[in-house]
Design a protein around this ligand. Structure first.
Ligand SMILES: Nc1nc2c(ncn2[C@@H]2O[C@H](COP(=O)(O)OP(=O)(O)OP(=O)(O)O)[C@@H](O)[C@H]2O)c(=O)[nH]1
Length: 866
């Protein structure tokens, strides 16, 4: 028999001919050029290392098995000594007690490991397939629950590739589609792992077809499930690329794998052999439709798919997914819980997902303008001026300034580690962050030193001297940086003041934080605890910027708001159990909004008080009116959008032509940007509580005017005093509108996508439209959703092996089993507890996801019910 036992090591189970040529498919990219430039600055060794780095995420529907798979990856890579188990709460990546208790992932965790494991002896020949060369994998485990979608989005933007895990019983689920669409937005190359094939009711065939119909990418089946004797236990996989069967020993830790070539399968399992041949033919044919290079190789092989070399197929798969469009999707099979299929999946990560150097240039914003990072670093930005002289001068100065940027990085996650303190996870996009570098936080406008640099390997941390472009690492000990902040290493003459405008506003891949829709009051157990509770909340907000804290200055009441009920429950657990805050959280309620229905009069407020022993005096004028989306603001005005409100600032005598610091009428210690920031802070604080029911204001337009000659007082006006004046003036304007009975209430209206089968469709539609006051927007057969950019795929064109236990489920044909998708707009209030109801009317099979569509004004009876 042609077989071989492989134990815990590099994937030499592949019958790969050593003579196959390793073809480099890297396409040149601007970002690549930047990384190369950065690499040469940090040493010649850098580029090969970058080529062997994978920054990947695991994305999927809740409970698909992301954490279970990650734990196996850590174990096989030698990072952990035993396999962590979600069900007994011993995993490495779900490390928050709240995560372990619920068995779900809440915070994305980033771990670094090597595959094949360090110490694997492979000759360092260039010709070796990637899977046999040791790669550094930075893996981000992301949460699957829809309350944490924002967390997923935040992680997605720093990924170069992703493994999407499907539950082989449930197939493509609503949340899978949602995350898949988000990954499309960032053009992330992806592969799919159909997991849980050991479970009763698992169907590989239906899952593959659903990949085509619901995710609209053509499934390229690289592996097929191996059920012992065709109908028995799920025992391994058939590998259509390398033409072999891999059988895992029953029980054990999954390191003992037997490999059978096609010849070996004649005796072992002829049925699998036949299917494997079909799979290889289908795979080569599918690839040839997308990739001309493989087409010509196939023709050179006398049109025989069996003769096409595995390496040519691997190269082709890599090329086909490189653009991240998701038009072709490599599909793998396994059951991580049974330790089946994880090592070949790791090979696939090395083989098919891109290195950082192959990814497109990241987007940035500078002030309100959007650019790409390489354009900035190449000095191409700020050169669009019409005045040639000014242009030449500006280009020169910009280039000189940009050359001083040592590194740009994105803090994608902040974690409070009980042993190591606050850890800020960063992805470096250019240059390298060196130990002790001065880093300018462009969101908070503060400078912090990167005193310790670490790389997290399971629960161990390795000290680093620098984190280079393309890498993910941790900065320990930062006091301010929050999740989502951009850090610019800026040695400058005076690093404390950071780079000059507009470089000091540089934001990498900014994302919009959706508005929170639930809130709860936080009550410290005693007055003396209040400070501590506030401090802990500040830490929670650094970790998770989709939480909001609002503290009413007058009553001292603390309100915590978030994206969903679970989101707030977890925040409470973190607050009380992890951070040991002595506080209680009140009931979770829907966060309504207030809105102004008519314009206020003009209100001037003078703040004149001693604060902390220092005199503060400032004044300003405010008006508030409903936001008119069709009005175009005057050009000289400076308008920002905060929490759904527009805030326009006018500082008399200061306009764009006065330069970045504003009018000479302003005191030296109060340049225009500082005044603006103070005014915005004051307005935001006032708008956080409406005059009618203390809900935040929404869709309002505030205008604040400061006349330096009458509102700013030499030596007495501080930014804090300006903020207070702005707060008082906006409050007065809101009070004015309230007294005229012109404050309305708004409620969050959700966009809900409900998946069910044809038989329960009628009941769901009736329930949504009559009992819940929702509007059904569309009824689609799953896969016929026209919102996707990719064309629909005919399931009959998709190859997938027949399932031995097929129950005749829906494969896109009409009938009571057909999957349908209801899209509806429904007030959030009516959706509280909906999952339970949906489960009861669909016999447990219905699922739904929802996101905030917008806030809508409440009318008569609905308003009274609040
Ligand atoms: N039978 C079987 N069960 C599995 C498999 N993989 C995971 N599970 C189980 O499925 C459940 C969910 O697994 P997790 O790994 O926590 O799933 P997850 O995707 O990380 O879930 P979230 O973190 O909540 O998004 C656990 O009870 C696992 O033991 C598998 O291959 N087969």
């Amino acid at each position: 028999m042609n077989s071989l036992i492989v134990r815990n090591c590099c994937p030499s189970w592949h019958p790969i001919s050593r003579s196959t040529v390793f073809r480099d498919v890297n396409r040149p990219s601007l970002a690549g050029a930047l990384l190369r430039r950065a690499s040469s600055a940090v040493g010649d060794q850098q580029e090969p290392q970058i080529q062997k780095t994978r920054n990947i995420g695991i994305i999927a529907h809740i409970d698909a098995g992301k954490t279970t798979t990650t734990e196996r990856m850590l174990y096989y890579s030698g990072n952990t000594r035993r396999i962590g188990d979600v069900d007994d709460g011993s995993t490495v990546t779900d490390f928050l007690p709240a995560e372990r208790a619920r068995g779900i992932t809440i915070q994305s965790a980033a771990v670094t490991f090597h595959w094949p494991p360090l110490g694997t002896t492979t000759p360092t020949k260039r010709e070796l397939p990637r899977a046999q060369v040791i790669h550094t994998i930075n893996l981000i485990d992301t949460p699957g629950h829809s309350d944490f979608t924002f967390e997923v989005l935040r992680s997605l933007r720093i990924l170069d590739g992703a493994v999407c895990i499907l539950d082989g019983v449930a197939g493509v689920e609503a949340q899978t589609e949602k995350v898949w669409t988000q990954a499309n937005r960032y053009s992330i190359p992806r592969i799919i792992f159909v997991n849980k094939l050991d479970r009763d009711g698992a169907t590989f065939q239906r899952s593959v077809k659903e990949i085509g119909t619901r995710l609209r990418g053509f499934p390229a089946v690289c592996q097929i499930p191996w059920w012992a004797g065709g109908k028995g236990r799920f025992t391994g996989i058939g590998d259509a690329v390398n033409l072999c069967g891999l059988e895992w020993a029953e029980g054990g830790d999954g390191k003992a794998i037997q490999t059978f070539t096609l010849d070996g399968l004649v005796e072992k399992d002829p049925g699998l052999r036949e299917e494997l041949i079909q799979a290889r033919i289908a795979l080569v044919e599918a690839l040839c439709e997308f990739d001309e290079e493989l087409l010509s190789i196939w023709m050179d092989c006398n049109d025989d798919p069996m003769q096409v070399p595995p390496q040519a197929i691997r190269d082709s798969l890599r090329r086909c997914i490189a653009d991240g469009s998701g038009k072709l999707i490599p599909v793998f099979a396994g059951a991580s819980f049974r330790n089946i299929g994880v090592q070949p999946l790791l090979d696939a990560v090395n083989d098919y997902l891109p290195a950082p150097i192959e990814r497109p240039d990241p987007d940035i914003t500078l002030g309100s303008e959007e650019h790409s990072l390489s354009d900035l670093l190449n000095g191409k930005i700020l050169t669009d001026s019409s005045d040639q002289k000014a242009l030449a001068k500006r280009t020169q100065s910009t280039k000189a300034l940009v050359a001083q940027i040592e590194s740009c990085a994105l803090a994608f996650k902040v974690v409070h580690d009980p042993r190591r303190g606050v850890l800020v996870y960063v992805r470096v996009y250019s240059g390298s962050i060196k130990k002790n570098a001065a880093t300018w936080n462009t969101n908070l406008h503060v400078m912090e030193r990167a005193q310790r640099l670490l790389q997290m390997q399971a629960s161990d941390a390795v000290e680093l001297q620098q984190i280079c472009a393309g890498q993910i690492g941790v900065i320990a000990g930062l006091k301010h940086a929050r999740t989502g902040d951009t850090l610019v290493a800026w040695p400058g003459n005076n690093p404390k003041s950071g780079p000059p405008a507009p470089l000091n506003t540089l934001q990498l891949r900014p994302i919009d934080v959706p508005p929170p829709v639930f809130f709860a009051a936080i009550e410290p157990n005693s007055l003396s605890e209040e400070r501590n509770v506030r401090e802990i909340l500040r830490m929670l907000l650094r970790e998770d910027p989709s939480l909001h804290v609002d503290i009413d200055e007058e009553s001292g009441q603390i309100l915590l708001s978030g994206m969903g009920e679970l989101h707030l429950e977890i925040a409470r657990d973190r607050l009380v159990n992890d951070f040991k805050a002595k506080a209680t959280m009140g009931d979770i309620e829907i966060s309504y909004r207030e809105c102004v229905l008519a314009a206020s009069d003009t209100h001037r407020a003078l703040f004149d008080r001693e604060v902390a022993g220092k005199k503060g005096k400032a004044a300003c004028v405010a008006t508030i009116e409903p936001f008119d989306e069709f009005a175009t603001p005057p050009k000289q005005d400076y308008t920002v959008v905060r929490e759904g409100n527009h805030i326009t600032l006018r500082v008399i005598g200061s306009n764009a032509s006065d330069g970045p610091l504003g009018s000479s009428a302003l005191p030296l210690d109060l340049p225009l940007p500082k005044i603006r920031e103070a005014l915005i802070n004051g307005a935001v604080a006032a708008l956080a509580r409406g005059p009618r029911r203390s809900f935040p204001l929404h869709a309002s337009h505030v205008t604040l005017t400061v006349d330096p000659t009458t509102d700013i007082f030499p030596s007495e006006t501080s930014p804090a005093a300006i903020s207070s004046a702005a707060r008082l003036a906006v409050k007065a304007a809101m009070q004015d509108v309230f007294q005229n009975d012109n404050i309305g209430l708004m409620e969050p209206v959700m966009n809900a996508v409900i998946s069910c089968n044809e038989g329960t469709l009628g009941a769901i539609v009736h329930d949504i439209s009559s009992a819940r006051g929702g509007h059904v927007m569309s009824l689609e057969s799953e896969g016929n959703d026209d919102s996707s950019d990719l064309p629909a795929i005919d399931p009959s064109r998709i190859y997938a092996p027949a399932d031995p236990f097929a129950s005749g489920g829906s494969l896109g044909t009409d009938g009571p089993g057909q999957q349908r998708q209801v899209t509806a707009r429904v007030p959030l209030k009516e959706m509280v507890g909906y999952l339970k109801h949906l489960r009861s009317i669909t016999g447990g099979r219905g699922t739904f996801v929802m996101t905030v569509d917008k806030f809508e004004k409440l009318s008569g009876p609905r308003e009274k019910a609040v």
